[in-house]
Design a protein around this ligand. Structure first.
Ligand code: SF4
Length: 263
């Protein structure tokens, strides 16, 4: 391997995406996120996708309330923090004011499909040319691990100490499948980060979602399953096994809609 190739390979494996704020990650990452949390990994794949598509200079981030929103300080982009659940509304405004920009939200499942469900459905209905990235860790992480719309049946949370029961709490909400039913949605997919292969596949989903926005086709939506070891009361390694064994059977991975043109 030549010196240049070696340097490029090292940058790819250990380097930082160009839009990461080095000092922020060095100073705050370990204070703000629990050990084994995969929320910062979502930031990494989003940043890598923006770099690889060479659209970082046009990107506008809407970092929503919750553990995912904390990441907003780590991106060297123009950024906005909306009120809880209002990410798609704010992204809509930004995209309409700056149509040449690439606008994306990073939202937790509670923010996106519980508190912000009306904003989500509104954006999908209007076919807004934005990208919505929903981080699904099956609970309200920031506020202490309460039951959320994505909590799986039987899962213990602080508000379902005996596990989610369908007779009283119903069944988990499937956001990626829901988004795929809207005619104005160009792309909807669900990925995970529990293996290196799933990391790469999910990055591909996010790149396709951004590409659909670049091509001005319609709304793009990506749900990412992530580990929340603290609220799951599992070690980081056991959390990855839990995703494979319990979460993915409820939330299958893959693309649910992918069109390059909407009639
Ligand atoms: S509560 Fe969960 S999602 Fe939030 S930082 Fe901790 S592990 Fe991550």
């Amino acid at each position: 391997m030549s010196g240049d190739t070696q340097a490029m390979a090292k940058q790819k494996v250990t380097g930082r995406p160009s839009i990461f704020v080095r000092e922020w990650f060095a100073d705050y990452l370990w204070d703000l996120f629990c050990p084994g949390c995969q929320t910062p990994v979502v930031a990494r794949i989003v940043a890598e996708a923006l770099d690889e598509l060479e659209i970082g200079d046009k990107a506008l981030m809407v970092g929503c309330v919750g553990c995912g929103g904390i990441l907003i300080g780590g991106f060297d982009l123009d950024r906005v923090s909306p009120a809880h659940g209002r990410g798609p509304d704010v992204a809509t405004a930004l995209k309409r004011i700056y149509p040449g920009s690439i606008v994306f939200t990073v939202q937790g499942d509670g923010d996106c499909i519980a508190i912000g469900s009306s904003a989500l459905v509104g954006a999908l209905t209007r076919a807004e040319k934005i990208t919505i990235i929903m981080v699904n860790n099956t609970n309200f992480g920031t506020t202490g691990g309460q039951l959320g719309p994505t909590t799986i049946v039987g899962q213990v949370t602080t508000t379902s100490p005996e596990g989610r029961k369908p007779e009283s709490e119903g069944y988990p909400a499937h956001a990626a499948e829901l988004a795929a039913t809207f005619k104005g949605v160009a792309y909807s997919a669900r990925g995970s980060l529990h293996t290196p292969a799933s990391y790469q596949k999910t990055k591909g989903y996010i790149k396709t979602a951004f590409q659909r926005q670049i091509d001005n086709v319609g709304t793009s939506f990506v749900e990412v399953l992530t580990a929340c070891p603290t609220n799951w009361h599992l070690s980081p390694v056991k959390s990855l096994e839990y995703i494979a064994e319990k979460i993915i059977p409820e939330f299958p991975l893959g693309e649910f809609r992918n069109v390059s043109h909407i009639e």
